[in-house]
Design a protein around this ligand. Structure first.
Ligand code: SF4
Length: 295
């Protein structure tokens, strides 16, 4: 999508009426700061971040030279008091937009309502990280109402089935952004706070100390972590949807546990507490009805 000055991407946004033919300013950050050798990787990443920051500042100043499309910008998001570099696939903005919107590009075929929902949900979560990072940057640049400047929305670029042509799907990301911001607020804001969660003088080679730190088990943990069996047992005990696989982990994220997902599917327990839970309840009931009809 970045080839020929991102011509295909520009065409996609023009066809959707989101950019005009004059709005053709494209910045491909990896081309501006290419990686020469592994040794200068850190330096190149710092340069990419400086360049990306300059573009974002340009846009915030309403500089007409600010790019309409930024491919692979490098931006920072703060977690646990530390800055982490992330690279959204693309940021897009028309000249009249106040700021950028994140875009995730995936090779999944776009089958409209039949697109694998776990794939869409996972791509939406990635785009939501872009929203959170843009809000964080805007906040650092002195913007007060960051939610108004960077709404909880993004675009997914998927593929027409059987062809290499892209499709554009604007996506509301309210549930994803809310849950990310909640997780960031709940996480210790810096490493000192994390240390305060632990008993004084504790060390991470003590099983009791390790036990007191929340884990986040995934099926891939088995491939690289010696604690996988232990974390899986804890996940099973907590009814973590991740034990059913990554697709279930994504699909059932709004419920938070398998038992809550079952309540939502059956209409038992407390009624849906959030729009995301309501949407999941409807999705699970529709799936159950389809399953019963089929068998
Ligand atoms: S198995 Fe390892 S990587 Fe996975 S959640 Fe546990 S400690 Fe973390």
């Amino acid at each position: 999508m970045a080839e020929n000055g991102a011509a295909e991407l520009l065409d996609l946004y023009r066809t959707a009426g989101r950019l005009t033919t004059e709005e053709c300013k494209v910045a491909i950050v990896p081309d501006i700061a290419p990686i020469g050798s592994r040794r200068d990787l850190k330096h190149v990443m710092a340069v990419r971040q400086t360049i990306s920051q300059k573009f974002l500042e340009q846009k915030l100043r309403r500089d007409p030279k600010a790019p309409n499309i930024i491919v692979k910008p490098r931006v920072l998001v703060t977690l646990l008091g530390l800055d982490h570099g992330i690279e959204p696939d693309v940021l897009v903005a028309s000249d009249s937009d106040l700021f950028y919107r994140p875009v995730e590009i995936k090779s999944y075929p776009d089958r409209a309502g039949k697109t694998e929902s776990a794939d869409v949900r996972s791509a939406c979560r990635q785009a939501a990280v872009g929203v959170v990072a843009l809000r964080d940057i805007a906040r650092r640049m002195g913007v007060r109402d960051v939610a108004a400047l960077v709404p909880a929305a993004g675009d997914l670029v998927l593929r027409i089935p059987g062809a290499l042509k892209p499709t554009l799907r604007p996506m509301p990301l309210r549930g994803e952004v809310d849950s990310l911001e909640r997780a960031i607020q709940e996480a210790p804001s810096n490493l000192e706070e994390l240390e305060q969660m632990l008993p004084p003088g504790s060390a991470l080679d003590n099983p009791t100390v390790l036990e007191s730190i929340p884990n986040s088990y995934r099926s891939s943990c088995r491939e690289y972590c010696a604690l996988a069996q232990h974390c899986k047992q804890a996940a099973v005990a907590n009814g973590d949807p991740g034990v059913l696989g990554d697709a279930a982990r994504e699909t059932l994220a709004a419920a938070g546990s398998i038992s809550r997902a079952l309540d939502l599917a059956r209409g038992t327990g407390a009624p849906p507490r959030t729009p995301a839970e309501q949407a999941l309840a409807e999705h699970l009931r529709a799936a159950e009805n389809a399953y019963r009809e089929a068998v």
